[in-house]
Design a protein around this ligand. Structure first.
Ligand SMILES: NC(=O)c1ccc[n+]([C@@H]2O[C@H](COP(=O)([O-])OP(=O)(O)OC[C@H]3O[C@@H](n4cnc5c(N)ncnc54)[C@H](OP(=O)(O)O)[C@@H]3O)[C@@H](O)[C@H]2O)c1
Length: 215
């Protein structure tokens, strides 16, 4: 069985960890400061989630999901190049500057993208960008929206994207909701979609949404 490591234990990382563990995956959750005891999952059940630090997570799993702040991701993951070599890195983060209210205001890498920079910095790692174009609850419950959402895929390696699409299927994504845009340069487009987010959030609050293709 493939093991999955998740860097970042917040809304995105924590939600993906629970959902992927529920579908039978072996999950390692990477904290900055790992808890001394395994936290309860709130249901009374023993979650199939191992908790450790981020470096150990990257070193001991086959697929690594980045769900940490995007603005500092490049430096932190570049420092993990040895641990990430030979792995698939699924990057969900948005590298943005923020307004004082904490919402994204601008891109850190205009004319480029975090995903492209990660792929250049980590040539022995297969980077796939996905799930960064929706509010976090949609990632693990796409069918809950009243209109079908889109999950975009960007990456240079077809096998890595196919494996990522398989994980999306485990999270409830139908094949027709998954749009493979092409190589890693296409992440420049999906990363720019984050510029919509503050305006939608100010108008509608935290009501789940995805930036999707309609046909
Ligand atoms: N929230 C959304 O709806 C959404 C949607 C699409 C994309 N994203 C992107 O997904 C990423 C995570 O978002 P989130 O909403 O889950 O954020 P969050 O709730 O703030 O969680 C981020 C997690 O990353 C870890 N972290 C924080 N600062 C760090 C640092 N300096 N170095 C290493 N790890 C750090 C923390 O885990 P520990 O405390 O355990 O270390 C924290 O819980 C962001 O890049 C965001 O842009 C979010």
């Amino acid at each position: 069985m493939t093991s999955i490591g998740i860097l970042g234990t917040g809304r995105v990382g924590g939600g993906l960890a629970r959902a992927l563990a529920t579908t039978g995956h072996r999950i390692t959750l990477g904290h900055r400061q790992p808890p001394l005891e395994t936290p309860a999952d709130g249901t009374g059940a023993v979650p199939a989630i191992r908790h450790t630090d981020q470096r150990t997570t990257a070193a001991t799993t086959d697929i690594v999901i980045n769900a940490t702040p995007g603005g500092t991701t490049l430096d932190r993951l570049s420092a993990l190049h040895t641990e990430l070599a030979g792995k698939i890195l699924i990057d969900i983060s948005n590298a943005t500057r923020h307004t004082p209210d904490g919402l994204p205001s601008d891109l850190c890498y205009p004319g480029d993208s975090l995903a492209e920079r990660l792929q250049r910095a980590l040539p022995a790692t297969r980077v796939v960008k996905t799930l960064n174009t929706m509010l976090f609850p949609v990632m693990t419950a796409p069918a809950d929206l009243s209109t079908p959402p889109t999950a975009y895929l960007s990456g240079d390696d077809a096998d890595a994207k196919a494996i990522t699409a398989g994980l999306l299927a485990d999270l409830g994504w139908k094949p027709e909701w998954i749009e493979d845009l092409g190589d890693i340069t296409t992440a420049r487009a999906t990363e720019a979609l984050v510029l919509l987010v503050p305006h939608v959030l100010r108008r509608h609050g935290l009501r789940p949404f995805a930036v999707s293709l309609a046909r």
